[in-house]
Design a binder for this molecule. Structure first.
Ligand SMILES: *Cc1c(COP(=O)(O)O)cnc(C)c1O
Length: 363
């Protein structure tokens, strides 16, 4: 009998993750600005390491990821024993939920927070709880007010996705210090590399035993296709996560490419500089078209339109021009479009298309 085989409570509440579109019917050259990928691609050294891995595909990959963890630790000044590598940082977020939250526990995040927090909390059987934001910014007072003795995890991306805004270091200290003792603060640093001089919350991880940090190779490192991310936190938590990690969770090619990528910080610096340059240009061009956006800190801009209908029409106009951006209705931002900072060519095409769109709307 169908109906007698049922998943655990919570699973059917999960709306499957929707990724950014990558093609438009009938359009040959597409400018994909919908998934916050690096428009400059991948470090040539990482590509070479990936190609070299093709020579030994019959071998199982490293299970302890020691070489990659050492390279990450060296670049960031960390203890390699407290680094754990995942199949994307999404996997690390999943482990944290499975290990620390279950039925009756609450997982807290904010109004426009990244969708994987809710998906992973529900998959673990826990209850997602949403704290409000203030003008598309994480509000520490609202998070603290929402925390209680059932709160086990608090997720916060800094810079945040899809808003692109940041919480100050002082505010993070206040949040970490004000949470109830059983709650772990997880700082998602997927876009940390785009912020000059930002430690992604590392100081807080080092100073406290209730803070954990996640990072990814999918964004500035341009390795989204290979799925590599990592976490850093108290040794006791790393020990717990290692117990549920599958032994060969990252492919040898992924490990090799990520190791070469993290060692190539010159590449990272040049990508950060290019991103800052075109992000500033895009924001000021959008502003002069009457399309506001908050100060963006990552590799994307959240453009605000007059209403949902205008955002939809702008999205359609961009698609006709071969530009794919991201609708963010599922994040409670129906009047906005999230635009990844692309190459100069993509940025100029986007602005020219929106200028034309605005001009037509005015006539
Ligand atoms: C892109 C992104 C990630 C990265 O996920 P991966 O699984 O490492 O590709 C994590 N958090 C946020 C907020 C993101 O936008």
């Amino acid at each position: 009998m169908t109906g007698s085989i049922q998943p655990k409570p919570g699973i059917l509440k999960i709306a499957p993750y929707v990724g950014g579109d990558s093609s438009i019917l009938g359009v040959e050259k597409v400018h994909k600005l919908s998934s916050n990928e690096n428009p400059l691609g991948t470090s040539p050294k990482a590509i070479a390491a990936f190609q070299a891995a093709a020579g030994k595909l019959e071998r199982y990959p490293s299970s302890d990821h020691a070489a990659l963890r050492r390279a990450i630790a060296l670049v960031h000044g960390l203890e390699a024993d407290r680094v754990i590598c995942g199949d994307g940082s999404d996997e690390v977020i999943g482990w944290i939920c499975y290990a620390y939250a279950g039925p009756g526990d609450e997982v807290l995040y904010t109004e426009h927070g990244f969708s994987m927090y809710r998906i992973s909390a529900l998959a673990a059987g826990a209850t997602p709880v949403v704290a409000g934001e203030t003008n598309r910014r994480v509000d520490v007072d609202k998070l603290l007010a929402a925390a209680n003795d059932r709160t086990r995890l608090v997720f916060l991306a800094n810079p945040a996705n899809p808003t692109g805004t940041m919480v100050s270091a002082d505010e993070l200290v206040r949040l970490a210090a004000g949470l109830p003792p059983q709650a772990l603060l997880v700082l998602d640093g997927a876009y940390a590399e785009y912020v000059d001089g930002f430690d992604a919350g590392l100081g807080l991880v080092n100073a406290r035993d209730n803070v954990f940090m996640t990072r990814t190779f999918s964004k500035i490192y341009g390795l989204g296709s290979l799925r590599v991310g990592w976490g850093y936190g108290p040794g006791a938590i790393i020990d717990v996560l290692n117990r549920i990690r599958s032994p060969f969770n990252i492919s040898a090619a992924g490990l090799a490419a990520a190791e070469a990528a993290v060692k190539d910080q010159v590449w990272v610096q040049s990508c950060r500089a290019e991103n800052s340059r075109w992000r500033a240009w895009l924001q000021s061009e959008l502003a002069s078209l009457g399309i506001p956006s908050d100060q963006a800190e990552g590799n994307f801009i959240l453009a605000r339109f007059q209403n949902e209908a205008e955002a939809d029409a702008a999205d359609q106009a961009l698609r006709r021009a071969g530009v794919i951006v991201r609708q963010v209705k599922g994040y409670g931002l129906a009047d906005c479009l999230r635009i990844t900072v692309g190459t100069e060519e993509s940025c100029r095409l986007l602005i020219a298309t929106l200028a034309d769109f605005r001009k037509r709307a005015a006539t």
